[in-house]
Design a protein around this ligand. Structure first.
Ligand SMILES: [Zn+2]
Length: 137
């Protein structure tokens, strides 16, 4: 291998403040990171999936749900997060023309899927809009 870039990364294994599930839509990256920091979540395992909650609540195929649940279990095994945050967002390509309430409903359903699999976790639901982040209740 040829070294192309030098950077000293942390070598110690960490304990994650949370496992975060969001879409890979980069428009919300800064808002999500600032929101998490505001909530005291600095070190986290970030599972980015197009459509985020959809892969758990209404997957195109059942294997998608299992794959995401396996990622969450891997996060728990390696980094012991005690909470999972699920974020959906406005104008998501996985939900073309779908009302916000429907997307929010999927976030709540996804939380139920996670809790059914990992009942010891605290699961929190959020929706990122272009003006900030909202709690889904
Ligand atoms: Zn999206």
């Amino acid at each position: 291998m040829d070294k192309l870039f030098h950077f000293d990364s942390q070598q110690e294994v960490y304990t994650a403040d949370a496992c975060v599930i969001s879409c890979f839509d980069a428009r919300f990256d800064v808002a999500i990171r600032k929101f998490l920091k505001r909530r005291g979540i600095v070190t986290f395992d970030h599972i980015k999936i197009p459509g985020s909650a959809k892969s758990l609540a209404a997957p195109e195929c059942p294997e998608d749900r299992d794959f995401v649940l396996r990622m969450i279990r891997t996060s728990i095994r390696l980094h012991q997060p005690r909470r999972v945050l699920i974020l959906a967002h406005q104008d998501c390509g996985a939900y073309p023309g779908v009302a916000v309430d429907v997307v929010a409903g999927d976030v709540v359903r996804a939380a139920g899927v996670i809790l059914a699999s990992e009942p010891s976790l605290a699961v929190e639901c959020f929706f990122a809009d272009f003006d900030g982040i909202y709690r889904v209740v």
